[in-house]
Write a protein of this length. Structure first.
Lengths: 326, 252
């Protein structure tokens, strides 16, 4: 409960900071009023159409990645697992690149995320087909690697055959991941799909707890592993697919956040699920805030900052684990 | 009262039957030792009985709904896994999972089952230690306590005493013996024939997927069977604590 309070507090603080810190200096009382459509029309535009969608998207994406990461690690019983492992983010990125490359993305605002979502769904369908309904965790991982590699190859091919350098750089920048310049329409597109994913993943706690004892013992405790895996795949595809579709690839959240919080969740996979969801939301909002504060004049990408924070943090964790094991 | 009925159970690996038409029943009060050489099909039989492997024939446990089965029989797999750094108490409490509603906390009744299981396995002092930081043998005892916390009429265990020190081996089998005396039943595979003879009320001997003998330990453990099934030359010495099997050579 203490953990829940602390994480809620942290997420709340990050949410407010993300709303009230930015390029345009808006005093907090006026910003609050503007959020509800009152006062200076310029402030209203900034708060409602720029800061709010950006903050909401950062929180939603962090929540999705943190939750899916904890679920994936719990299911595979491996602290190195992350949601991208099953190829959802790779396929979604490929869909987005195809949309950018063909010019479809310019047709209407949501064309890019919708194409990315369709590609993510196709990717997961392919993995289900490859891994089979009763396959082992190993076949699941291998299928994920195969799909990711194929999606990455096609993405490179698109870059390779790019008609002009502008298209190529547009693709490159999109792939770095960002929640800047997104509108509420992006929120409304992603939210229902993500929420569905969150609901499915949140239901995994009991099965993941049982899996601590291995697949055989879990099954004897009344857990259906086949169903658990299907839930994991569909839930991750919905949450992470939608996240990648609106924001591009944001790495490390699903890997690092469960890792940091595991000790505080006392190792319990079911506790770690929601702890990681909150922690992920706070972390992505913090990283997005950093993109605005470090170089406000340059469009620093969220994925870049996330990796810059995430990789050293991960190294530190490895260093600590090494000392504990030795 | 019959707790488990198995009829003509066959488990195949590919085309090859690893369990071949096994039939037996287990009643309340029995502690049944499953013995046989490596590869005789003991683990496959136990997993088939639980419905964890595709099988032909009938097992009363495999026919149950998963949740119902979890309340009828606890299962201790041979592979000992504790994936995450959880405290001993939390690991043992996983045995209460089948009785908990989604997201519910342990009730006082659940907690007392956990406490009883910890005490029974001599782990009361380990409650708050991290299970993953314990030695292999201690972890094995934690996992046995987990199955005890499940508080089921039937316990199926696959080589529960492998890797335990002699005192822990005897203590574990004494717990199984007392479970049987309480009116529950235990089916456990074992490799130590003398301990099996001393603590089991009945032995089931397997060879190449078939049950070749089933009865009281004194009748099952004969020099001839040990030679045919186990390829062992052994002397069976009757003692005050039951037959002592003293192997002195192999007949391979």
């Amino acid at each position: 409960m203490k953990l829940f309070g602390a994480l809620m507090g942290l997420t709340g603080v990050m949410f407010l900071a993300s709303l009230f810190v930015g390029y345009a200096a808006i005093p907090i009382p006026e910003g609050l009023a503007a959020l509800f459509g009152q006062g200076n029309p310029l402030f209203v535009t900034v708060m409602q159409e720029i800061r709010l969608p950006r903050t909401l998207l950062a929180a939603m994406i962090g929540l999705s990645l943190g939750l899916a990461g904890a679920a994936m690690q719990g299911f595979l019983r491996n602290p190195l697992a992350e949601p991208g492992l099953i190829g959802v983010s790779g396929s979604a990125a490929l869909g987005a690149v195809v949309a950018l490359q063909t010019g479809l993305a310019a047709a209407f605002m949501l064309a890019l995320p919708i194409t990315a979502l369709v590609a993510a769904a196709l990717g997961v369908g392919l993995i289900l087909l490859l891994a089979g309904p009763r396959g082992s965790s190993l076949t699941l991982i291998l299928a994920g690697i195969a799909v990711s590699a194929f999606a990455a190859a096609l993405t490179s091919l698109a870059l390779n055959l790019s008609p002009n350098p502008y298209a190529a750089s547009e693709i490159m920048f999109w792939m770095m991941g960002s929640v800047a310049n997104r509108a509420m329409d992006h929120v409304w597109l992603a939210l229902p799909i993500m929420a569905l994913g969150w609901l499915i993943l949140a239901g995994l706690g009991r099965g993941l707890d049982a899996l601590t004892l291995g697949e055989d013992a879990a099954e004897a405790l009344g857990i259906s592993i086949t169903r658990l895996r299907l839930q994991l795949l569909v839930g991750t595809a919905a949450a992470v697919g939608a996240a990648t579709a609106v924001a591009g690839a944001v790495g490390f959240v699903g890997l690092v956040v469960p890792h940091i919080l595991r000790r505080f969740a006392q190792g319990r996979p079911s506790t770690l699920l929601w702890a990681s969801a909150l922690g992920g939301a706070a972390m992505v909002m913090a990283a997005d805030l950093a993109t605005r504060l470090i170089l406000p004049d340059r469009d620093l990408k969220l994925g870049v900052v996330m990796a810059l924070i995430g990789a050293p943090l991960f190294l530190h964790l490895i260093y600590k684990t090494r000392r504990e094991v030795a | 009262m019959t707790l488990l009925t198995v009829q003509n159970l066959t488990v195949k690996r590919g085309e090859c039957p690893v369990v071949d038409h096994a039939s037996f029943t287990i009643s309340a009060g029995e502690c049944v030792g499953l013995i046989g050489p490596n590869g005789a099909g003991k683990t496959s039989l136990l997993r088939g009985v639980l419905g964890l492997l595709p099988h032909e024939g009938h097992s009363s446990l495999a026919a149950m709904a998963p949740r119902q089965r979890a309340a009828q029989a606890a299962w201790l797999p041979q592979k000992r896994e504790i994936a995450w750094p959880m405290t001993v108490e939390r690991v043992v409490a996983l045995g209460r999972l089948p009785y908990l509603a989604r997201g519910a906390r342990l009730t006082p009744a659940d907690q007392s089952a956990v406490d009883a299981a910890l005490t029974r396995m001599g782990l009361a002092g380990y409650r708050d230690r991290l299970a993953t930081a314990l030695s292999g043998g201690e972890q094995a005892r934690v996992l046995i306590a987990r199955t005890l916390a499940q508080d089921t009429p039937l316990l199926l265990a696959d080589e529960p005493i492998a890797g335990l020190d002699p005192a822990a081996q005897i203590a574990t089998l004494q717990v199984f013996e007392s479970l049987a005396q309480e009116g529950r039943a235990v089916l456990t595979s074992l490799h130590d024939l003398s301990l099996a003879a001393r603590y089991c009320t009945r032995l089931v001997m397997m060879s190449a997927g078939r049950i070749v003998a089933d009865g009281p330990p004194e009748d099952i453990l004969t020099a001839q069977r040990l030679e045919e099934v186990f390829h062992l030359r052994a002397e069976i010495i009757p003692t005050a604590h039951g037959p002592l099997v003293q192997p002195h050579g192999v007949t391979l």
